[in-house]
Design a protein around this ligand. Structure first.
Ligand code: URP
Ligand code: ZN
Ligand code: ZN
Length: 517
């Protein structure tokens, strides 16, 4: 065996087990897991005292996204390279068609950008930024295996740019339910935010502190609640991206308790820092933290979100990695609404979750694996190919040293962006070796990656993990109509207007078409 890798002496961690075992990799796959494995000629990786975990999967990135007049500086090369250095071996990026483009055109654009550059595997999720019959048809088209899309994102913010209105969102989710694609939502109240921004600017609040004041947390909670309600009405599974506040998390928990199929994704930024930075005296420092929804100004939010992840009320961790250099942030120096929105995270996500979750005793290593890879693999229909250390799974593996520490800094990170929102934080938990597609790509603090070595992963629709309950509900909850006498016969009874006001029978739920509660 020439290109085989034998990982010896580590503790294999999956989302449901921790077991001492060796792992043998060949031809990009895991071929054996067990005690005392041997393999002539294999490259040996010593994992004694280390954890052997599935490579991280970041469900939410925006590499080289054109947004707010700028292009995000981490592209599919620098972004995926940095991901590997931090122990993430797959990303899910968003195709976001401009209002005058189409899903199919934008899809081709994203593949053209990503395929030659990606250093790790990647998949795509499609944003729906405008609504008409043709968009609806193209949604169905892109769920075919050759396109491999099984989720669609709707922005309830960024008025006039990416935002859709509630009727469009609802129509879009009806189509999602029909074609087996999960809906994802950026939950904020775009129209009200636009009004508040105008008010603040007219009062002379032009700095980054205006960004957070124009987007109060209760607007995120309101939109999250609204999104859950509308998803239930459409009988469509929902995934709330970047859950930034306790109120939004509470809305998700509330709807889950009532039977809604909804998943919540906090991000590294929201778990690893907070919104106090918006009030920094240093304009640039504050501007670097501008993202939407904003980081919470409540300093207890990061830990609260981590606790919700640990207990299963929130489900997986993304990053929303969308990086703009300081020079690009300066586009909003006189007007906070023009600061390009977005922060880093793709490289540091794993370490932030370990530090704030496992090292602090809030979650165990198995839950760490769940929220950094397995849940994502399950929700996006690629489990156990991804997100598990098992025979037959892809050899995307990280040798994780739980005791090592590092200080996060823009000076040592591998991202292209010229700052790091976690600057100066010491984290326990370090990816010592990263194996992607069966090759060692990160070892001894050195990357050996190749642009285009990663592959596109086609995601099949109708993921049972997401859709099983909704499909059953579709069968049992049918619209109902009331059988009545023909109108002519009623007229012949010469019922007066007054008599007609007698009680009519209203179906349960006030006649609404679908109600799960
Ligand atoms: O501020 C953010 N989140 N930028 C990226 C675009 C988005 O909303 O996901
Ligand atoms: Zn968003
Ligand atoms: Zn995003």
């Amino acid at each position: 065996m020439t290109d085989a890798i034998l990982i010896k002496g580590g503790t294999v961690v999956n989302d449901d087990e921790m077991v001492k075992a060796d792992v043998l990799v060949q031809d990009g796959k895991i071929v054996a897991v067990g005690p005392d494995l041997h393999c002539e000629g294999a490259t040996l990786v010593d994992a004694a005292g280390r954890l052997v975990i599935p490579g991280g999967i970041d469900p939410h990135t925006h590499m080289q996204l054109p947004f707010m007049g700028e292009i995000a500086v981490d592209d599919f090369y620098s972004g995926t390279r940095a991901a590997l250095a931090g122990g993430t071996t797959m990303i899910i990026d968003f195709v976001i068609p401009a209002k005058d483009s189409t899903p199919l055109k934008a899809y081709k654009q994203w593949r053209d950008w990503a395929d030659p550059k990606v250093c790790c595997d990647y998949a795509l999720s499609m944003a729906i930024t405008t609504w008409n019959d043709s968009v609806s048809k193209e949604m169905a088209e892109v769920t075919k295996p050759e396109y491999g899309i099984n989720s669609f994102k709707f922005f309830l913010a960024y008025k006039g740019v990416f935002m859709v209105h509630d009727d469009e969102f609802y129509q879009g989710m009806l189509q999602c339910a029909k074609i087996g694609g999960m809906a994802r939502v950026h939950a904020e109240n775009g129209p009200v935010i636009a009004e508040k921004a105008k008010e603040l600017l007219s009062l002379g609040v032009t700095g980054p502190e205006g960004h957070t004041q124009s987007r109060p947390e209760e607007l995120e909670a309101e939109a999250t609640n609204r999104a859950c309600v509308l998803a239930s009405q459409a009988n469509c599974p929902l995934y709330v991206v970047h859950v930034m506040s306790k109120g939004a998390a509470r809305a998700i928990a509330h709807h889950r308790q009532r039977g809604a199929v909804v998943f919540g994704e906090p991000i590294a930024a929201g778990l690893g820092t907070d919104g106090s930075h918006y009030y920094s005296d240093d304009w640039l420092h504050a501007a670097r933290h501008v993202m939407s929804p904003p980081l919470s100004r409540d300093p207890s939010t990061p830990e609260a979100l981590m606790r919700l992840l640990a207990c299963g009320e929130l489900h997986l961790v993304g990053t929303d990695n969308c990086t703009f250099n300081c020079q690009q942030k300066l586009a909003g120096k006189d007007d906070f609404t023009k600061i390009p929105n977005g922060v880093n995270g793709v490289e540091d996500r794993m370490a932030i979750v370990w530090e704030r979750g496992v090292h602090r005793g809030i979650m165990d290593p198995m839950r760490f694996v769940a929220v950094t890879s397995s849940q994502c693999a399950k929700i996006f229909n690629m489990y156990p190919r991804k997100g598990r250390i098992a025979v037959g799974s892809d050899a995307d593996i990280v040798i994780w040293n739980p005791d090592a520490t590092k200080v996060i800094s823009k000076d040592t990170h591998h991202q292209a962006v010229d700052y790091n929102i976690f600057e100066g934080q010491t984290v326990h938990g370090v990816a010592e070796v990263t194996i992607s597609r069966g090759k060692i790509v990160w070892q001894d603090q050195r990357l050996s990656v190749e642009a285009g070595a990663g592959k596109f992963v086609s995601l099949p629709p109708y993921c049972p993990y997401v859709f099983a309950a909704c499909q059953q509900r579709e069968k049992v909850i049918q619209p109902r109509s009331v059988k009545r006498e023909p109108i002519a016969e009623i007229e012949s009874l010469k019922i007066t207007d007054k008599q007609q006001t007698t009680k009519s029978k209203v179906p349960p739920g006030g006649g609404s078409q679908i109600s799960f509660a």
